[in-house]
Design a binder for this molecule. Sequence first.
Ligand code: GDP
Ligand code: MG
Length: 163
Amino acid sequence: MANLVAIVGRPNVGKSTLFNRLTQSRQAIVSDEAGTTRDRQYGKCEWNGREFSVVDTGGWVVNSDDIFEEEIRKQVLIATEEADLVLFLVDVNNGVTDLDMDVAKILRRTKLPVILVANKADDNAQRYYAAEFYKLGLGDPYCVSAISGGGTGDLLDAVVAKL
Ligand code: GDP
Ligand code: MG
């Protein structure tokens, strides 16, 4: 699939919320592909005349407290094989976790463009904490609020610039 953007990250960081937000920005396409798109968790997004596909990797892992970290690492590797660009989501309220560090290590080894996304930055106070994520070694974090859509315009500008 050409121009495929994969959303990766720990459970509960907001991958599916961001997927819904990005894919709903093109309502017609979503309804055109009703059923299959949702079942396979692939969707389409258009921004500034550029169209690309988005995959929510959350469906590939069991979303539970017992999740094996090894399984998340495996799914990140699958995502990097399939995708043209990776959105690595972290939760701005949680700080950098060990699993974030592990995923970042895998992503730093790929040749793919990776965009670090600090989600749940619902207000300016939370944006302050995003600075901590520089230590993941993946550049500037984009602060977004997937739930409200805040910051997603700047993020999409970066996505289409790097695709
Ligand atoms: P996933 O497991 O990574 O797919 O995460 P989900 O998309 O299922 O979201 C996990 C939880 O975080 C849900 O309760 C969401 O409503 C919440 N969430 C997602 N994005 C945001 C956000 O931008 N701000 C806030 N406050 N909550 C969010
Ligand atoms: Mg999910």
